[in-house]
Design a protein around this ligand. Structure first.
Ligand code: CA
Length: 421
């Protein structure tokens, strides 16, 4: 039975609203008071401790070195490639099936399982390189309308190539890591001289990121047909953005200090294979793309996304609901474009989607768009208003796909904003 078959059930109890049924099996790195950093798989409210299993002699039939899971990143495991990691996924799925007694009936089974609430999640990978795309048409249209010209909101290249820029890997952080409001140069409208100070227009960007599992040699390219052999899985991605810094600095070379102070990711990497049942066609691409960007099959994913803002000492307010399916350029095209000039990608690079905005104002993926550049404050359910993110706010992103009674989710990425120094 395939690991994402909706009929599968685990002997581990999985609450109905859980993001982590046996069909998901996402990977992360965790530690507890008495367990050093190690790899695990989320299942229901538990974590399957892969290091503990390997110590007991599991996985010996697979081509996986002892110690692979007893470290603070998944890079070695992910770098084994799809053939091994897919076999591993099937192996662990089988081990967790309700009708398999091998692990279930062991006397020491509790030693291989950890309560998620007792674990601290760490960065799942050492990120080698980071690129951010700009692949949602509605987002590009909204930003182009606000900052340039509503009649020519998309620049002439936008529907011919997946626009992107090279970001900074060093400041990508795990969920639950607070950030400080960034400082920098801004220039107010009508002023001749810039000023220095804390950003006043701090924003989130609702994105997804994919993590790669294979290298291509420098000078070679990856076709859209081959791209999925290079994609291990996905995380939620909050591309923090300081709009006032961005506005002053971004011409002519694009985002720099407005973006590289922090990007937050969710801790569980949901594999491409777990998302396979949730494929949907993307919107029709018109004009026709160049041959190297053509593709076959359904390459978008139906993943519900939402963002909530929790003011200090208050409750959560959901401010937008979007969906990963709203991508004009799909991940196969992004990777094909990125490498068409011979650029090499590596193992555990991350490629973010760009802000994912849906077609209606309540589905936009940033406060910039939701508040339309601050002109329409967002009324939150608790009665307060937001144009941008305030000190003390916690921004929470969540995502899940759902079909045939199976919910495959990402958990959340949660980040509190602290005042500038
Ligand atoms: Ca972005």
């Amino acid at each position: 039975m395939r690991a994402n078959n909706p009929e599968l059930r685990s002997w581990i109890d999985v609450p109905e609203d859980s993001d982590f049924p046996i069909q998901n099996l996402p990977y992360g790195i965790f530690q507890t008071a008495d367990r050093s950093p190690r790899a695990g798989i989320a299942i229901g409210d538990k974590i399957l401790d892969l290091a503990a299993l390997q110590e007991k002699g599991y996985f010996q039939s697979l081509n996986i070195r002892n110690g692979t899971f007893q470290q603070d990143s998944l890079n070695e495991f992910i770098g084994l490639g799809k053939e091994v990691t897919n076999e591993f996924r099937n192996y662990t799925s089988n081990l967790l099936r309700s009708d398999n007694a091998e692990l279930r009936d062991r006397e020491d089974v509790d030693k291989m399982l950890v309560d998620q609430k007792e674990a601290t999640m760490l960065m799942p990978v050492r990120i080698r390189d980071y690129t951010d795309f700009y692949s949602s048409e509605q987002h590009a249209f909204n930003v182009g309308s606000m900052f340039r010209d509503p009649d020519n909101a998309l620049l002439p290249n936008w529907k011919h190539l997946p626009v992107g820029y090279h970001g900074r890997a060093s400041s990508i952080i795990i969920s639950d890591t607070p950030i400080k409001r960034p400082k920098g140069q801004t220039r107010a409208d009508g002023q001749e001289m810039p000023a220095f100070g804390a950003s006043r227009l701090l924003d989130f960007e609702l994105e997804m990121g994919f993590i790669t599992c294979k290298e291509n040699p420098l000078g070679s390219s990856i076709s859209t047909a081959e791209a999925e052999n290079y994609i291990f899985g996905f995380v939620l991605f909050n591309d923090w953005s300081a709009r006032d810094i961005q506005k002053w600095e971004y011409v002519p070379l694009g985002p720099f200090l407005a973006k590289n102070f922090a990007s937050s990711i969710s801790p569980w990497i949901v594999t491409l294979e777990a998302l396979d049942p949730f494929r949907v066609p993307g919107d029709k691409q018109d004009p026709q793309v160049l041959p190297y960007l053509e593709f076959e099959g359904d390459k978008n994913f139906d993943v519900n996304l939402e963002v909530a803002i929790q003011p200090d000492g208050s409750s959560e307010n959901t401010v937008t609901r979007s969906n990963f399916r709203h991508m004009y350029w799909n991940v196969n095209q992004q990777l094909a474009h990125h490498t068409v000039n011979g650029c090499n990608i590596g193992i555990c690079d991350i490629y973010a989607s760009g802000t994912i905005s849906g077609p209606t104002p309540d589905t936009y993926g940033s406060m910039l768009e939701l508040s339309w550049r601050g002109t329409k404050p967002v009324k939150m359910p608790d009665g307060s208003e937001r144009k941008f993110i305030q000190d003390g706010d916690t921004v929470i992103m969540r995502g899940h796909a759902s079909r045939d009674g199976v919910r495959v989710g990402f958990g959340e990425v949660r980040t509190k904003v602290l005042p500038a120094d």
